[in-house]
Design a protein around this ligand. Structure first.
Ligand SMILES: CC(C)(COP(=O)(O)OP(=O)(O)OC[C@H]1O[C@@H](n2cnc3c(N)ncnc32)[C@H](O)[C@@H]1OP(=O)(O)O)[C@@H](O)C(=O)NCCC(=O)NCCS
Length: 122
C-alpha cells in the first residue's frame, strides 16, 4: 500500500532530541493535498507532536492547495484526534481495509473496514 504512493510523496519528520513524528503528503490533483501515514513515536504520543505536524502542513501548503484531506480507519485511536484538530468528515470508501489487506486489522477491539476521509480547508 505504501509503495503505491511513496515515490510521489514528500516526507516530513519532527526531531526534538530524537525522531518524534513522521508523515508523507501527496498531491492528489485539483488542489487537494493528502496526508498519509502520520505516526508519532509511541513513547511521545499525546504530547502535541501530531497536532504540531498538522499545523506545520497547513502553514506550509496554504495558498498552494485548497484542501488537506486524509483517510483513516473508523477508530477511537485516530478519529477524535483529527476532529480535535478541526478536520470534518468528508466521505467513506467502503470496505477499503477488508479489500486491500490480506489480514484483518483490529484497533481497540474494532475491525477496521471502511476508510473514512476527513478534510480541512487550507
Ligand atoms: C493519532 C496520532 C497521530 C496523534 O498524535 P499525537 O501526537 O498523539 O496527538 P496530539 O498530542 O497532537 O493530540 C492533539 C489533540 O488530540 C487529542 N487526542 C489524540 N489522540 C486522541 C485519542 N485517541 N482520543 C481522544 N483524543 C485524542 C489530544 O488529547 C489532543 O487534545 P488537546 O489538544 O485538547 O489536548 C498518534 O497517536 C499516532 O501516531 N498513533 C499511531 C499511528 C496512527 O494511528 N496514525 C494515524 C494514521 S491515520
Amino acid at each position: 500500500m505504501i509503495d503505491r504512493y511513496l515515490d510521489r510523496g514528500t516526507m516530513y519528520a519532527i526531531f526534538d532530541d530524537d525522531l518524534r513524528a513522521v508523515c508523507v503528503v501527496t498531491d492528489e490533483g485539483e488542489g487537494v493535498l493528502e496526508l498519509k501515514n502520520l505516526a508519532v513515536s509511541p513513547a511521545h504520543q499525546k504530547k502535541g507532536y501530531g497536532r504540531a505536524m498538522l499545523e506545520f502542513l497547513q502553514k506550509e501548503y496554504r495558498g498552494k492547495f485548497h484542501t488537506l484531506q486524509l483517510g483513516t480507519g473508523d477508530s477511537p485511536l485516530t478519529v477524535p484526534f483529527y476532529e480535535k484538530c478541526g478536520f470534518i468528515r468528508s466521505h467513506v470508501v467502503k470496505n477499503f481495509f477488508t479489500d486491500n489487506y490480506d489480514h484483518p486489522i483490529i484497533e481497540c477491539g474494532i475491525l477496521l473496514q471502511d476508510m473514512v476521509y476527513f478534510k480541512k480547508e487550507l
